[in-house]
Ligand binder design. Structure first.
Ligand code: ATP
Length: 303
């Protein structure tokens, strides 16, 4: 198991940030979701040994969060949301310092700094001062710092915040490569559900300091009875009109039609409508919940 938490509780005065959080996350790329104030940051900080929990137990990569905080920090990389860069150093120095902070010798840290800067695509900017980097470059620099010691687990807090679409796609591609090609475990905390979906195969949703839902993304996205996704060769609006005549609700969503058959009807209704309209069905599959629906259902169930 990547992370196991049992009845973890943390209060800040009158505020309960973690309220008996129990979960068990497998290795791989895990998305950590939850509304504002759910306790995500507190959970991450307790994994890193940066906050002392009031009660409960936790293990990260088999190590005890109460007694092995230092070992855990050496085995984990952390990419925080805030900028956390100090000026007047070059990229290669910055990543080198990060390596020394987790116990690497200065010589090894600099050697690895060059390697990881090449890997994240900052090879040419390595001797530039970090304050001159763009937002996307700063984000890649933070990732380079987080992986300088080749951690078994990389925790990323809102990794695409404030980025333009191209920069965001680059960061997501980097995360996917770390997970799929390098075999690094990831815990990705993000409010952007499409980003989580682009990287993670396992999801955990927390709210008010408690577990609300967890599971493999494909299993959480359940098929809806009698609802399908459909694409035709011709005009979707025209076909939706035809379906409406047969009592089938259809709405255009992301380049396809989302259809809901009336009680008792089968997919034959769709094929008949297509034949009548001399239309070709190019795609027909059961509709599954989106991650947004999974999230809203989990969060809604808590209130
Ligand atoms: N140092 C602190 N002192 C007092 N209250 C805190 C502190 N840190 C967090 N809290 C409170 O604990 C609760 C959980 O906060 P936390 O930051 O862990 O949630 P989060 O899920 O990360 O939220 P967000 O998505 O808004 O970052 C919130 O009510 C927050 O106000």
């Amino acid at each position: 198991m990547l992370i196991e938490l049992e009845d973890l509780t943390k209060t800040y005065g009158a505020v309960t940030a973690l309220a008996g959080l129990t979960l068990s996350l497998p290795e791989g790329a895990v998305g950590l979701l939850g509304p504002n104030g759910a306790g995500k940051t507190t959970m991450i900080r307790s994994l890193l040994g940066l906050v002392r929990v009031d009660s409960g137990r936790g293990r990260v990569l088999g190590m005890d969060i109460a007694h092995q905080a230092l070992e855990i920090r050496q085995a984990i990389g952390f990419v925080p949301e805030d900028e956390c860069l100090f000026p007047a150093v070059t990229g290669v120095q910055f990543v080198g310092y990060a390596g020394e902070l987790v116990g690497m010798s200065p010589r090894d840290a600099i050697r690895r700094s060059h390697e990881v800067l090449d890997y994240v695509g900052l090879g040419e900017a390595r001797y530039r001062r970090v304050e001159s980097y763009s937002t996307g470059m700063k984000q890649r620099l933070k990732i380079a710092s987080g992986i300088v010691h080749d951690p078994k687990l990389l925790i990323l807090d809102e990794p695409t915040n404030g980025m333009d679409p191209a920069g965001r796609e680059e960061i997501l591609a980097l995360c996917r490569d770390l997970s799929r090609s390098k075999g690094m475990n990831l815990l990705v905390c993000s409010h952007l559900l499409p980003d989580v979906e682009a990287v993670c195969e396992y999801i955990v949703v927390i709210g008010r300091g408690k577990l609300l839902a967890e599971g493999r993304l494909e299993e959480l996205k359940k098929p809806h009875t009698n609802e399908y996704e459909l694409r035709v060769r011709g005009d979707h609006d025209r076909f939706a009109g035809l379906l409406a005549g047969r009592g089938v609700r259809a709405e255009a969503v992301d380049g396809h039609l989302r259809v809901a058959l009336p009680e008792g009807a089968g997919v034959a209704t769709l094929w008949e409508a297509a034949e009548e309209a001399s239309e070709q069905i190019r795609l027909l599959r059961p509709r599954r919940s989106t991650l947004e629906e999974v999230f809203m259902q989990a969060v809604g169930g808590a209130s």
